[in-house]
Design a protein around this ligand. Sequence first.
Ligand code: FAD
Length: 459
Amino acid sequence: MPTHFDAIIIGAGQAGPSLAGRLTGAGRTIAYIERKLFGGTCVNTGCTPTKAMVASAYVAQKTRTAAEYGVQAPGPVSVDMKAIKARKDRIVLASRTGLEDYVRKMPNCTVFNGHARFESPKEVRVGSDLLSGDQIFINVGGRAVIPSFPGVNEIPYLTNVSILELETLPRHLVVIGGSYVGLEFAQIFRRFGCEVTVIEKSSRLVSREDEDVSASIRTFLEKEGIRVRTSAECIHFRREANDIAAGVSCEDDPSESIGSHVLLAAGRQPNTDDLDLDKAGIAQDERGFITVDDQLRTNVPGIWALGDCNGRGAFTHTAYNDFEIVAAGLLDNDPRRVTDRIPCYALYTDPPLGRVGLTEDAVRKSGRPALIGTRAMTRVSRAIEKGETEGFIKVLVDAKTNEILGASILGTGGDEAIHCIIDTMYAKAPYTNILRAVHIHPTVSELLPTVFGDLNPLT
Ligand SMILES: Cc1cc2nc3c(=O)[nH]c(=O)nc-3n(C[C@H](O)[C@H](O)[C@H](O)COP(=O)(O)OP(=O)(O)OC[C@H]3O[C@@H](n4cnc5c(N)ncnc54)[C@H](O)[C@@H]3O)c2cc1C
């Protein structure tokens, strides 16, 4: 006989724990199943550790360029990987422990450590325990794709999980994938002092962004000494003594990149292949993402999918918003929807890219009449004062309605300044609201009224 709960939550990522809090607060009993580490990817192998290491890398780079600020740094910069890792581990542990304590001490919540698999639409097995629930919430996240490149199984590759365990510096890190995850690691390790090569199959880095954004990011990464190889076809590997040779061409091309370490950062896939979803009849798309409606219900009544595993977002803030949508629908009689969400995210290179809404390319493709405003960071006082003038601001506006369509802020503080635009878009206010606002001097946000004050037709 299964042990019965009002609800079962599978995976302690970014949506489930808060949902457990709301459900138990409403008097429901919960079985919480986590197979590994509380906090999932973000806390343990994603956002938190990488941003801790981005901070160490920033300090290394600032020390390297200290003389430009009139500050004397004693000799060449070197890093202590063990100390960097220890700092990162402390930050991760504090976050994980805080979350785990929150769930374990939750009244009416029973934690099961182990791998969950469906037995039927109402039953889940974890080890020797069979559990049943009136409602089941799947929050199992995703993992790095291991592409079937020739030779990949003959080399000791790294992923976002194992690279975070390094205690010595790679001599030469070859990063496969020039997108969000790959570029953050590339710059981190370059700033730590490694030789770094980025290999990307598209013709440009972060190819979902506009071409000018990709080009600017490539320029500042190359300026720091990162080698970028785009349009890589037929990526393949072979052992070369103690090193790894990464080939980028189908031809017999001598220009292999010989690295001491290879990081695979070529995309993410959902953790849905080992859940026995078929036993519950839960539908997936061709890439394994669980199919959900606008309120994150699967095709099976009483089962929801939240976070990266539903393919409707790939960020911590989208996973958390999934929790808000489900909780609002179930407990607050508030029909929030995924399609009410405005896409926004940041890339944490230095300088970072803050993004919201449509790209310029997407606006062009939509064919709607639009206005565009841009400003180089070399014209932003705060950037000049900080000595961080790489990048630019770009905003797009609907020419008929004055609605803001999207923005990219590639530059110092771009991950924060973008929120002026995000909030204006959520308020459905016209861009003229920002135009008339008085922002604090000297900030990057201060320039936004100026950029919106100098719009031109998008031709
Ligand atoms: C290197 C890197 C950097 C990132 N940086 C950022 C960033 O700066 N900002 C941002 O917003 N996002 C970032 N992300 C993305 C972010 O980490 C994810 O979007 C977020 O963690 C998704 O949360 P989730 O709740 O869907 O799943 P996860 O956080 O992945 O949690 C899923 C949990 O489910 C558990 N689980 C899986 N299967 C089972 C099973 N069968 N039984 C029991 N438990 C199971 C897992 O162990 C895990 O704990 C980054 C990702 C990576 C890889």
